[in-house]
Design a binder for this molecule. Structure first.
Ligand code: ATP
Ligand code: MG
Length: 473
């Protein structure tokens, strides 16, 4: 994935051209580069969209990429109107007529640059990046709370600028029907974000249906998703509705979409394109009204490269991309989230009030690298709150050790000095199993191996009996 996360904090580009082919091309190229992009087929539509951004009714437009020769209003008149509406707005022109006069006139009207059609994706990307150089997100005051304040949305607690930006984007996306691809490391809150989008949307009264694409057997997945007729296959003893039907008028959350079987990908793509499903064994298609949100911790673009994920499906799912940063990149969120979790724990454990964390404990929480992100934070606090004797959790209660991402050095020297490779592997696996409370799916994922490989290693090291069979999370 691109390292930009424009929908949360990056620049927003509006492509204006009366030729559908050019609009599509520009949008594809720019989206692939990680930008948030929308298209308008004429100047009037574009002006309305820019106005909406200015009045906070949509994402503010940061760059306009516009054709010069357009109907009914041509590009130069559009530029004049833009100059009135939003004088500082960055504009880049596209022209099929490389006459100096038009380009010069455009620059006089405030355009930053121009590109001559036909152009290559590389040229377009370079020009847009150049035009956006020096761009900074507008002050959060327009949308989020002032810096340092804690905001909440659904179950999400946010204090860092990046997370509060993300909450603002969630509110905007909730008002749309766009498919959203949510990416982030394990435990960063992808499912919570999906729920927040659903809960704020006009579909809130419909169902939110989460599906874990990696938990279902490939051969059953099709009937799980789309349903089946009686007798459609051996074992189909009665007619069954699929998850798409359950999610009708609501939201289907396709979790771990990177694990969706290649054979099912064209079928999902068809639903997204046509808005109808075909239950297994059925000849006719049935219309469904479902919004799709998808999540993955994987790099889908790498999956496209290696042939395990279809590019056309990726584009359909990735209309908007929300990247949730790892907790390590937003340490400002650690204590506010911890406070909320402790208040929750205090209540569930029947204590008089929330538990506190000592000064040293707070420093340890903020200094820890949280490879398991918020889920790990929750586990650490739950364990500490359960075992602690008093009302204040000390650094020792938290027992964070040095379990960071890069803490191979210890006060005594190299941490694994004198250990065999097998022993290092055994400890590494145990450490993660404990962290994820025995959840093998999460452990395998963080270790970058599949569950079968993990299972083999566990039996090899004789640790499979120490742990309960995990619940899938
Ligand atoms: N910003 C947040 N504020 C409060 N709680 C959070 C926040 N982010 C995540 N959590 C909590 O952390 C836990 C993990 O979140 P969630 O299940 O949404 O993560 P995920 O990204 O879907 O993880 P995975 O990839 O492992 O499925 C949940 O208990 C969730 O409630
Ligand atoms: Mg999840």
């Amino acid at each position: 994935m691109s390292d930009l996360s424009p929908q949360s904090a990056g620049p927003f580009i509006l492509v204006v051209d009366d030729e559908a082919g050019i609009r599509q091309l520009c949008c594809d190229v720019l989206r692939r580069s990680g930008f948030a992009v929308e298209a308008a087929a004429d100047a009037a539509v574009a002006l309305r969209r820019i106005e909406a951004g200015l009045s906070g009714q949509g994402a503010p437009v940061d760059l306009v990429l516009t054709d010069i020769k357009m109907k009914p209003v041509d590009g130069l008149r559009f530029l004049e109107a833009l100059r009135d509406l939003s004088p500082g707005l960055r504009v880049v022109l596209m022209t099929g007529y490389p006459t100096m006069e038009t380009a010069v006139r455009g620059m006089q009207l405030g355009a930053r640059d121009y590109i001559t059609k036909p152009f290559t994706p590389v040229e377009l990307r370079a020009l847009v990046k150049e035009a956006l150089s020096g761009w900074r997100p507008s002050a959060p005051s327009a949308e989020g709370a002032p810096s340092g304040e804690v905001e909440t949305l659904g179950g999400l607690v946010a204090c860092s600028a990046s997370m509060r930006g993300l909450l603002a984007t969630i509110r905007r996306l909730a008002a749309t029907e766009a498919s959203v691809l949510i990416t982030g490391e394990s435990g960063t809150g992808k499912e919570l974000v999906a729920r927040a989008i659903h809960d704020l949307s006009r579909r809130a009264s419909g169902a939110f249906v989460p599906v874990n694409c990696s938990a279902l057997v490939d051969s059953l997945m099709e009937s799980e998703l789309f349903g089946h007729l009686k007798g459609a296959f051996t074992g189909a003893s009665s007619r069954k509705a699929g998850l798409f039907q359950f999610a009708d008028k609501g939201t289907l959350f396709l979790d771990e979409i990177g694990d969706l079987a290649l054979s099912l990908q064209p079928k999902l793509l068809r639903v997204l394109q046509e808005g109808e499903i075909k239950p297994v064994g059925e000849v006719r298609s049935v219309p469904v009204d479902v919004r799709i949100l998808a999540a993955t911790h994987q790099d889908l673009e790498a999956g496209i490269g290696s042939g395990v994920f279809r590019q056309d499906l990726f584009y359909r799912l990735n209309v908007f991309h929300l990247r949730i940063p790892p907790l390590l990149e937003r340490r400002d969120d650690i204590l506010p989230i911890a406070r909320t979790l402790l208040a929750d724990l205090g209540q569930r454990m029947g204590r008089g009030g929330p538990m506190e964390v000592s000064q040293e404990g707070q420093r340890a929480l903020v200094g820890h690298d949280w490879p398991g992100n918020v889920r790990e934070l929750k586990n650490v606090l739950t364990r500490a709150a359960t075992l602690a004797s008093g009302e204040v959790l000390s650094e020792a209660d938290l027992a964070l050790g040095g379990g960071g991402r890069s803490l191979l050095a210890s006060p005594g020297g190299y941490l694994y000095e004198g250990l065999t490779l097998d022993e290092v592997e055994r400890r590494h696996i145990l450490h993660h199993l404990e962290k994820f409370e025995g959840n093998r799916s999460h452990t395998a994922r963080v270790l970058g191996i599949n569950r079968t490989t993990l299972w083999k290693k566990l039996s090899r090291y004789g640790i499979e009996d120490d742990l309960d069979e995990p619940e899938e999370g």
